[in-house]
Design a binder for this molecule. Structure first.
Ligand SMILES: CC(C)(COP(=O)(O)OP(=O)(O)OC[C@H]1O[C@@H](n2cnc3c(N)ncnc32)[C@H](O)[C@@H]1OP(=O)(O)O)[C@@H](O)C(=O)NCCC(=O)NCCS
Length: 205
């Protein structure tokens, strides 16, 4: 088998943790993902981010597919390998992973349906994602952005061993989406960030 083909196959392999399967997002996940991303309970800290139509979800999947194709990793569909709480094995519970941003750093993220919260699953998925991002592009820092009013997500990042790189509200011109630059936000990273990269991450809002 050629090295290129081997690489492509490695990229598309699902990752497992003790209770989860993380598989590359595909267009087949759009309904499941929209169920989670269209649920206002998953956007309590950023109501404007809620997906109101499937087109938004499709575009998020396209971004994940592009990140994986070009950088070896992206966001994943997360399914249970075993029952957790009231949820059955095989259940799609949400999305976790990291997309490569144009500024040259990974953007780590996760969003699960409320019934899956409180079982340590985000920590499990984020740990596997951090490992995969570093394996795929070791020279690119792994960053994560979170609002100060989201202590659960902050805890997940701290438990992962990421360091706080910045905390504040920048008032910078946002590079995309709604303007959240005035809100108190935190940036975490797996290593020291160059000033240029940190400024660019902060400017994302
Ligand atoms: C963020 C999210 C994925 C976390 O999922 P989860 O599976 O419940 O997270 P985990 O169980 O792995 O970890 C949660 C941690 O927060 C802690 N925690 C729970 N409530 C808390 C609170 N009010 N304050 C501080 N910490 C809290 C838990 O004790 C746990 O820490 P521990 O492992 O040290 O005990 C989930 O809440 C979610 O999908 N939220 C909506 C989307 C979102 O906010 N995404 C992140 C955007 S940056």
């Amino acid at each position: 088998m050629s090295a290129v083909r081997e690489n492509i196959e490695a990229m598309n392999v699902a990752r497992t943790t003790s209770r989860l399967v993380l598989s590359p997002l595909t267009v087949d996940d759009v309904d499941d993902m929209f169920r989670v991303y269209g649920d206002e309970r998953t956007w309590q800290h950023l109501p404007a981010g809620r997906h109101l139509d499937r087109g938004q979800t499709e575009r998020a999947i396209e971004q994940a597919v592009r990140s994986r194709r070009e950088h070896g990793f992206g966001m994943n569909a997360v399914r249970l390998r075993e029952p957790v709480g009231s949820l059955a094995a095989g259940r799609f519970i949400g999305v976790a992973g990291a997309n490569m941003m144009a500024l040259g750093a990974w953007n780590l993220g996760y969003r699960f349906e409320p019934a899956a919260w409180g079982h340590g699953l985000a920590g499990e998925a984020a740990g596997s994602s951090l490992e995969a991002a570093v394996e795929s592009a070791p020279d690119a820092p792994v960053t994560a952005r979170v609002f100060a009013n989201n202590p659960v997500s902050i805890r997940v990042l701290e438990r992962l061993g990421l360091d706080l790189a910045w905390r504040g509200s920048s008032g910078a011109e946002p590079l995309g989406g709604g303007d959240t630059t005035h809100l108190e936000r935190l940036v975490f990273a797996d290593r020291d960030l160059d000033a240029e990269i940190l400024d660019a991450v902060i400017a994302l809002g």
